[in-house]
Ligand binder design. Structure first.
Ligand code: 5AD
Length: 453
């Protein structure tokens, strides 16, 4: 009765939280299984950023609840952002849920599962739900244990939780709480341990990583705590690449821009959420920058690293977005020449400042704007990939491709490459000559005599 299946919705932070919960559960004697039909406990780690994400998890939970009818001892838990956002109210729609655990209480999951099991064994009435969505000082420090697969080459490290920016559209300040950073020494130690265990690439995670440590550490000679952390991770022997997500454009001061020129492990890839290219809408979103400033950051980064790769987040159809506003977004989107982008149709999140705004944009208009940006992105991405044909790229070999297309790895610019390799090259940086390119994926062959299969 100890097989746990965890399903994760949403962002990398959620994936990382699920991994930490899995590590804690394993240490407590639970087994983490990949087959959901063969579990005794199902945990859904949820996302609230758009209504669709919540509906997906609710639909899944409602489906799974049927299993409880067949097996009353089956345990269903809802964790993370939607648990935090809706709390016990989830029970109105999902009366059979056993466990509702918010974003500051992941580390309590093993205790709560133990308690549920003990209560079942003691013959407690079925249907008493544990709900814990309280805040907890220091909870950001509890996401630190890893479950590494054999030969795992990349890992996420959580450096900070929460966000205080109050973007008008965003539920995250409610679901993740106030900005709290982990101590720099602990993060560095975690990265060192991961490097010792064979990890070669680390992605530092937080809701607003560029604000890392701003209340806990002083700037030294104009260098922010976030860049100080990058410097320290850059110095870890064995690590080869560093990435981070998500930053805020306001964090791209000179120290961070220059870091791309001097920290050799910091990959020339950045996810830089633009949200809108209209100054009017940016103001309404409470995003403290202009389109001109945003463009300046992109240009500055390209000046330091001409081969920089960019991705972004855009929201189309924010309340009041006119054709003219969207034209501005479209123009800036084209000018920035993104390699990758996530385009979202604005979704009303109750409790956020924008939820009550008049002038909601019709779904059909949002869809149209969405499609326009996706078409631009596809063309940009295909064009960028085509320029890589015939070049040799440094690729970190991650492992066999899950769909059987040989091995897979990524370039420093975060492009996925498929190629033939050998097991022993997993974790190595190898030169791969790019021979074929589709919109999203590159194909190539090892370009070094002596390292072939
Ligand atoms: N509607 C649509 N997209 C949203 N995002 C955040 N809130 C909303 C919302 N209410 C998008 C933003 C953010 C990304 C993680 O999700 O673009 O950067």
């Amino acid at each position: 009765m100890n097989r746990v299946f965890i399903k994760t919705y949403g962002c990398q932070m959620n994936e990382r939280d699920s991994e930490a919960v899995a590590a804690l559960l394993r240490a407590r004697g639970y087994r983490i299984v990949q087959d959901e039909s063969a579990c005794d406990v199902m945990l859904l780690n949820t996302c609230s950023v758009r209504d669709m994400a919540e509906q997906k998890a609710i639909g899944k939970a409602a489906n799974v609840a049927a299993r409880k009818k067949r097996n009353p001892r089956f345990v269903l838990g809802i964790l993370g952002c939607m648990a935090q956002n809706r709390g016990a109210a989830l029970l109105d729609a999902l009366p059979d849920v056993d466990l509702i655990v918010g974003t500051q209480k992941f580390h309590q999951v093993p205790d709560y599962l133990d308690n549920l099991r003990a209560a079942q064994e003691a013959g407690a009435p079925i249907g008493s739900t544990i709900v814990d969505i309280a805040e907890e000082a220091g909870s950001q420090n509890t996401i630190r244990d890893h479950v590494l697969e054999e030969k795992q080459v990349t890992a996420f490290v959580s450096i900070q939780q929460g966000c205080n920016m109050d973007c008008a559209f965003c539920i995250v300040p409610k679901t993740r709480g106030d900005e709290r950073s982990r101590p720099m020494d602990e993060i560095v130690r975690e990265c060192e341990e991961l490097a010792d265990r064979g990890v070669r690439e680390i992605t530092l995670l937080g809701q607003i990583v560029t604000s890392y440590g701003r209340r806990d550490y002083v700037h030294t000679a104009g260098v922010t705590p976030f860049v100080q952390l990058l410097e320290r991770v850059n110095a870890i022997p064995g690590l080869r690449r560093i990435r981070f997500t998500s930053p805020h454009p306001r964090g791209f001061k000179d120290d961070l821009i220059q870091a791309y020129g001097r920290l050799e492990k910091l990959c020339e890839y950045v996810h830089l959420p633009m949200q809108s290219g209209s100054d009017r809408i940016l103001r309404a979103m409470n995003r403290p920058y202009t389109r001109e400033r945003y463009r300046q950051i992109v240009d500055d980064l390209r000046r330091v690293r001409p081969d920089m790769y960019f991705s972004t987040d855009i929201i189309v159809g924010f309340p009041g977005e006119t054709e003219e506003d969207f034209a501005q977004t479209r123009e800036l989107f084209e000018a920035c020449n993104y390699d990758m982008a996530y385009v979202f149709k604005y979704s009303i999140r109750s409790g956020t400042p924008a939820a009550g705004l008049a002038d909601q944009v019709p779904e059909t208009v949002k869809e149209e704007r969405n499609q326009i940006l996706l078409r631009i992105l596809e063309a940009n991405s295909a064009r960028r990939n085509a320029t890589l044909l015939g070049t040799t790229q440094e690729v970190l070999v991650e492992g066999p491709d899950k769909k059987g297309r040989g091995f897979m790895g990524r370039t420093r610019g975060n492009r996925i490459v498929h190629f033939d390799a050998a097991e022993r090259l997993i974790g190595e940086l190898v030169p791969v000559k790019i021979t074929r390119a589709s919109t999203a994926v590159l194909y190539g062959s090892l370009a070094l005599a002596g390292v072939g299969c």
